[in-house]
Design a protein around this ligand. Structure first.
Ligand SMILES: Cc1cc2nc3c(=O)[nH]c(=O)nc-3n(C[C@H](O)[C@H](O)[C@H](O)COP(=O)(O)OP(=O)(O)OC[C@H]3O[C@@H](n4cnc5c(N)ncnc54)[C@H](O)[C@@H]3O)c2cc1C
Length: 471
């Protein structure tokens, strides 16, 4: 029981897990061409964080109790962000956030949660957030679906635990992690006890099968996929075919009124991880790319380009402001665990992803059609072609090769497989845009807003003398 090195992590994945990709069973994700990169990135993070001290543990398992501790955690994890560290952080934070509330359903649940986190911490495991059910007809409740397995549910029980069946979809990095932390998708009602389930099983538990998808490029020249060829993650349909969950790994079992507690804790931390748990660079990178392309195209001083760059800068600044506000307004739960502000997280996520495609449009507008039509690097390197291409592509301040690198970066990240994946993921992960609106509305202080309006207009009991406040 100690921290793992990258190689130990690679070995740990050869545990009999059942995973499929592109129609074939894959027994060792660390050697599969479409999964290997994700494993290598995760292994690199294991090596980066590794400490030989047998009592050392990964900062991924720190549960901060103050803003200062959250900042220290961010520092400790600087340069150690990938999907596996993200989903592990989110899973741990979410069950720790829900623990005191679940203790009201059954005091043993809180103890089991902290024991489980301790077990994962001591064994340096990576945890998948296993939430999204198939859901069938969204207007029907779980018990009304044409097939009862549309939502994961308990199908049998013994004195030692329960058997669960169903499928959790789109589970990031599931095939290259160790544990599946199961959350209900949403609140449950009386009569839906079998569906109110929370707990965890190992990825190699008998009955678990994972069917992967990935945007990882196949055999393409890596120079055209500078990001997606070096950092990618599989998502998996995780099928539970009567999987046994022992009692000590169960923290919700039929208490329908607490299903929402687990679901919303996961939702909050998932949205947080997408935005505020790491120092942000993505929006500023977008601004920087657009500014460099404007310079490369010689249009940086054009008023309409400067206007568009200002739009991007406001977008980047507002996203950062929202995430910083989420931490500035953080609270703690009964166990002292820090919780970012729900309303700032949801509203910022909504704002960011409502506008992000438009911001990418601005980048494409400034960069021009070469985003998709830039010659390949192999053509650029061909001795018959290079002199002509160099002449055509270089502009003051930028060599032809630099411009090609910019275009291939922008295409890979915004206009190809990874770009499409990012656009959909940004809006969907952590619940769709509708969920962000709903959560924001639920947490917004409407009474305060109405009181301000009444006072300002002078139709309430506390009419303002000046009429300026709240205007
Ligand atoms: C790349 C990626 C990674 C992901 N990783 C994970 C992961 O690690 N773990 C995980 O658990 N999930 C993960 N997800 C899944 C993600 O959380 C879901 O896709 C998201 O919650 C939306 O669910 P859905 O796709 O089923 O769409 P739905 O929620 O079904 O939404 C589809 C549409 O139906 C509407 N709708 C839904 N229900 C109703 C209703 N009752 N009444 C009226 N309208 C309704 C919605 O508003 C929306 O317009 C991932 C998703 C992506 C894209």
């Amino acid at each position: 029981m100690a921290m793992m090195t990258g190689d130990q992590y690679r070995e740990s994945l050869k545990d009999g897990r059942v995973t499929f990709i592109e129609g074939e069973r894959c027994d060792d994700p660390s050697t599969h061409p479409l999964l290997k990169t994700a494993v290598d990135v995760a292994a690199g993070i294991y090596d980066k964080l590794y400490k030989p001290d047998p009592d050392a543990y990964s900062p991924i398992f720190w549960i901060p109790q103050s803003k200062e501790e959250m900042q220290q955690r961010q520092e400790a994890l600087r340069g150690a962000a990938d999907m596996t560290s993200g989903t592990t952080s989110v899973s741990v934070m979410a069950i720790a956030m829900a623990a005191p509330e679940l203790a009201k359903a059954n005091p043993v649940y809180r103890e089991r949660i902290y024991n489980y986190i301790d077990y994962c911490r001591k064994n340096d495991l990576r945890l998948a957030e296993t939430v999204t059910d198939a859901k069938g007809n969204r207007k029907l409740r779980p018990t009304q679906q044409h097939d009862p397995d549309q939502y994961l549910h308990v199908v049998d029980r013994t004195p030692d635990g329960v058997y669960v069946r169903g499928c959790k979809m789109h589970i990031s990095a599931a095939s290259i992690e160790h544990e599946l932390v199961i959350f209900p998708t949403k609140s449950m009602r009386p009569g839906e006890e079998a569906y109110a389930f929370g707990g965890a099983v190992p990825v190699n538990a008998p009955g678990v099968t994972i069917i992967n998808t990935t945007y990882a490029p196949h055999d393409e020249d890596k120079r055209h996929y500078p990001v997606s060829s070096r950092r990618n993650t599989p998502e998996g349909f995780v099928v539970f075919d009567d999987v046994f969950v022992p009692n000590e790994r169960i923290w919700l079992d039929g208490e329908t009124e607490y299903a929402g507690t687990l679901a919303s804790a996961l939702g909050l931390w998932e949205r947080t991880a997408g935005g505020a748990m790491q120092p942000r660079e993505a929006e500023d990178r977008l601004v920087g790319l657009a500014a460099l392309m404007a310079e490369a195209n010689g249009v940086a001083n054009e008023p309409h380009i400067q206007d568009k760059l200002a739009t991007l800068m406001i977008f980047a600044t507002m996203c950062r402001a929202g995430h910083e506000a989420a931490w500035a307004n953080a609270t703690t739960n009964e166990d002292g665990n820090l919780i970012p502000s729900t309303i700032f997280i949801s509203a910022t996520k909504y704002y960011q992803h409502e506008l992000e495609d438009r911001m990418v449009d601005i980048l494409h507008d400034i960069a021009g059609t070469m985003v998709t039509n830039a010659p390949t690097m192999a053509d650029f390197e061909h001795p018959d072609l290079r002199p002509g291409l160099e002449k055509l592509l270089e502009t003051p301040g930028f060599t032809a090769e630099e411009r090609l690198k910019l275009y291939h970066y922008i295409r890979d990240t915004t206009a190809d497989a990874l770009g499409g994946w990012s656009s959909v993921t940004g809006k969907q992960a952590g619940g769709g845009q509708f969920a962000q609106r709903m959560v924001t509305a639920r947490n917004y202080d409407m009474e305060r807003a109405k009181a301000i309006a009444r006072r300002t207009v002078g139709i309430g009991q506390e009419a303002l003398a000046t009429g300026k406040e709240g205007a």
